[in-house]
Every structure is written in structure tokens, then in C-alpha cells.
Design a protein around this ligand. Structure first.
Ligand SMILES: [Zn+2]
Length: 459
């Protein structure tokens, strides 16, 4: 069944890629009017003779397919909602009160720990989860970084970065895989979801706004599921940031973090109630993930860059749990030697020396000198420490993904997934292939394999 369907899907995929006549539905605007109003069809260098060939091929296809299914994927309308709870450490599920999430984990499949990619930061890992590519391959190599080819800085906090396709072109996010194969997608926040990719956007998406409450985010996704069938998305993302924010501010052991977990747990409960009210609870696949865990940090465990180098002689791409440095004077080799072996809690590498286990060499966006602090330690400048000492954050992430406290959350619950299973630690590069399999999509090339498909999907 699956094989014959995928064979069909392969044909639909290829045609959908190139067909300027691809069926599009009358409205591509989100329920609140902030979705994309236009699409571009990606013809990617196809000349007139290729188009002629395709027209002939399309004619042949018309002879075997009803016209109304052209460009659409003929699968059951089972929705899949991918939920990210930013900064939800793997052990929060037991450590804190989270009855809804715990029940979903118990009834579905849970990984012991979801292992993030290096650096275990928000933007690189959200883009890894949604593309199946490691940061060195999708190119979002940190929350802040410099691209020597573009001669520009990526700053995750700016609107320009969120919408500029040049930063996101290194990977094909799942919402684009879906749209290219005729499956509507909708993003209630996800890094990269506001930028055009392969000439497309998700059918519906929201501009990130931290002030939108958890409840409003859930209700927004439910509103998409209330759309008429032909406009309704089958793949939705839903993103919560409050557990991460409180974890940074107060630390992973604080009551404020516990309260944020309760708030998100209740929001997921609201989603389940909303699905049940629509008769969709047992027909909807849910995959709940986080991007990384959280480690306690303090101003007493800092490594000050200016103890080792004149700050006027370098550019700092980013600093924190790791740092990316570029020499303004001298060579990268000279710069790395200023740090190498100088602090017991600090590793210093040239980009090409970063340990293979971290998979952090292949992108030109990775700084020529990479510093990495031991868990719990922070790399920063003396001025920054002076400025921040009184409000120094209590939690941080970005450390080596093998650090237990960097472990993230993975739960799959729904008719496509197995029941009552706990699987071993698994890297987040494998999630994209699982989501594609659950949606019946052909995945774009990626760094993952089929281990989650084999272990989680119902056969
Ligand atoms: Zn995060």
C-alpha cells in the first residue's frame, strides 16, 4: 500500500515541481489575513523544450488521473501537528507537573533523550528538526553568525533575518516539502517559516510575536483546522517559547520554570480538547519536541575573552556557551593558540579541528576559531560581565549535545505512531524523515536515516 502510494507520489512530486499549471486554491491567505497572498512557481531553469516535454507528459498523466487531483496528493486527510516547546529538558517530564504531556508520552512513543545538534542553540536546532540537516549543512550555524560570502551578519532577533531567504536556502524545511507535493502547511511560529524557500511559503504562517499567548497560539492552529477542507492545512507547527525564557531567567530548577511548564502543558491540553470537539483527537498525529535542554549557569563560572586576547583584534560572531571568533589582525592559527590549553573549562579549535562528533566544520559560516565551554561555564567579555552581573541568567544551553542536561524532548502520539513505547536516545536529524513518512511525503535529501520511521511509525 505504502509502496504503490509512494510510486504515485513520486510522479506527483516531479510534476508539481515544474508545472506552472499546478492547481492552487483560491485563497492562500491565513485566517487573520497575515499569510502569504502570492506564490511563485519554481521552474528552476527549465527551457522551452523541457516545458514542451512536460506538457506532453502532463497530457499522458491526465489520461490516467482525474483533473481535479492534479498537483494534489491523494492521501487521507490526517493532520500532523508538530509542537516545539523551546528549552524543555528531557527530564522535565518527570521532574515537573506536566500531566497532559506525560499522558501523551505514556500512550505514544517517547525517546529517552532527543539529542540536539551542535551548537545546542534554538535557531540551528529548529532548522535541523524541520530539514533533517545538521547545522553545518543547512547553514544556520548559530543564533548569531557572519557569512563571509554575503558579508553580512545573521542576527536571530531581527525581522530582516527571519524573512530574508538567503539565510535559509541551505535546507528544505518540511512545510516546503509538503507544499511542493501538494500538502498545505501552516506555521504558528518556527524559525525560518517567514522566509521564502524554493520560491514558496507555507500556505499560512505568522510573524513571530512573543506577546501572543500560549492559548492564542493553540486557538490559531485550531482555527486553521476549521477551514474548509480544500483550504485546510494538513501539516501545522506550533511553537512555545516560555519554558526556555523562564529557564534562562530563573534556571532549570526554579519554580518559575515549573510554572511555565504547567502553562504549556495546559495549552497542549486545550489543543487536545479542541481536537476532540472537532472529532479529530483520534485522527491527528502529534509530534512534540524541544530543541535543547537547559544547564544551570552563574556569573561565578565565566571565561573572559579579554584575559586572553585584545578584543580590538577580533570579531566576535557570538559568545556564551560557545564562541565564534574571527581575527582582524594575524591568523586564525595565532588566535586559537591564545586560548588553547589556557583554561581547564575551555576547548579551542580551528574550524577544521572541531571534533568530528560535533559535525561542525563544513559551512563557511562557521567562524575560523571555535571556542567551547564546559557545561555550566560562560564565555563573555569583561565589560559584558560587568554590565550583566546583577541580572546574569541562571540557565543556558549550546553545550556539547552529549551533555545530559542538553537532552531534549521527543514524543509521538497519534494513529500513525506506536503505543506505549520508550525508545533510546536519538539525534534530532532523524525527525524530518519520520514526519515525511507520517504525511506520506517524499523527503528531500538530508542527514537523517529511517531509524525513527522504523521504531515509531505503525507498520
Ligand atoms: Zn531554544
Amino acid at each position: 500500500m505504502r509502496a504503490s502510494f509512494l510510486t504515485y507520489l513520486g510522479i506527483a512530486h516531479r510534476i508539481a515541481d515544474y508545472a506552472p499549471w499546478r492547481v492552487r486554491l483560491p485563497t492562500d491567505r491565513g485566517p487573520s489575513g497575515d499569510g502569504p497572498s502570492k506564490r511563485r512557481t519554481n521552474t528552476r531553469g527549465f527551457g522551452p523544450s523541457s516545458i514542451r516535454t512536460l506538457i506532453i507528459a502532463a497530457g499522458l498523466l491526465f489520461s490516467v488521473c482525474p483533473a481535479e487531483s492534479f498537483g494534489q496528493v491523494p492521501v487521507s486527510p490526517r493532520p500532523l501537528i508538530l509542537i516545539s516547546i523551546d528549552g524543555f529538558r528531557w527530564d522535565y517530564l518527570e521532574k515537573y507537573e506536566a500531566p497532559v504531556l506525560r499522558q501523551l508520552a505514556k500512550e505514544g512513543v517517547r525517546a529517552k533523550r532527543l539529542i540536539p545538534s551542535f551548537p545546542s542553540l534554538t535557531f540551528p536546532n529548529h532548522y535541523t528538526i524541520i530539514t533533517g540537516l545538521r547545522p553545518e549543512h543547512h547553514g544556520v550555524v548559530a543564533n548569531n553568525f557572519y557569512d563571509p560570502a554575503l558579508q553580512e551578519f545573521f542576527n536571530f532577533k531581527t525581522n530582516e533575518t527571519s524573512t530574508d531567504p538567503r539565510w535559509w536556502a541551505g535546507g528544505e524545511p518540511l512545510w516546503i516539502t509538503a507544499e511542493r507535493q501538494g500538502v498545505r502547511s501552516a506555521c504558528f511560529f518556527w524559525p525560518g517559516s517567514e522566509a521564502e524557500n524554493h520560491g514558496l511559503h507555507p500556505s499560512y504562517f505568522k510573524k513571530f510575536d512573543k506577546s501572543v499567548s500560549c492559548v492564542q497560539r493553540v486557538d490559531g492552529v485550531l482555527a486553521w483546522l476549521d477551514l474548509p477542507a480544500e483550504q485546510r492545512p494538513r501539516f501545522c507547527t506550533l511553537y512555545f517559547d516560555t519554558v526556555d525564557s523562564k529557564g534562562h531567567l530563573y534556571g532549570p530548577d526554579a519554580p518559575e520554570t515549573a510554572a511555565a511548564i504547567r502553562e504549556v502543558d495546559e495549552a497542549v491540553g486545550r489543543l487536545l480538547t479542541g481536537l476532540a470537539a472537532r472529532g479529530l483527537r483520534g485522527k491527528t498525529d502529534l509530534v512534540i519536541v524541544s530543541d535543547h535542554g537547559m544547564e544551570p549557569v552563574s556569573a561565578d563560572r565565566t571565561i573572559l575573552l579579554d584575559d586572553y586576547v585584545d578584543l580590538n583584534s577580533i570579531t566576535i560572531d557570538f559568545a556564551g556557551s560557545n564562541a565564534g571568533l574571527r581575527p582582524k589582525i594575524g591568523t586564525a592559527g595565532e588566535l586559537v593558540e591564545k586560548f588553547r590549553g589556557k583554561h581547564p573549562q575551555l576547548s579551542a579549535w580551528l574550524r577544521e579541528e572541531v571534533p568530528e562528533s560535533l559535525h561542525y566544520r563544513a559551512s563557511g559560516r562557521i567562524a575560523p576559531v571555535v571556542l567551547s565551554a564546559a557545561p555550566g561555564w560562560t564565555i563573555l567579555s569583561r565589560d559584558f560581565l560587568r554590565m550583566k552581573r546583577l541580572v546574569f541568567e541562571r540557565g543556558a544551553h549550546g553545550y556539547d549535545p552529549a551533555t545530559p542536561n542538553m537532552g531534549a524532548l521527543f514524543i509521538a502520539n497519534g494513529p500513525s505512531f506506536q503505543h506505549g513505547r520508550v525508545i533510546d536516545n536519538v539525534e534530532n536529524i532523524h525527525i524530518y524523515n519520520l514526519l515525511c513518512a507520517a504525511l506520506g511525503l517524499k523527503p528531500a535529501p538530508n542527514d537523517g536515516d529511517d531509524r525513527l520511521v522504523r521504531e515509531v511509525l505503525v507498520r
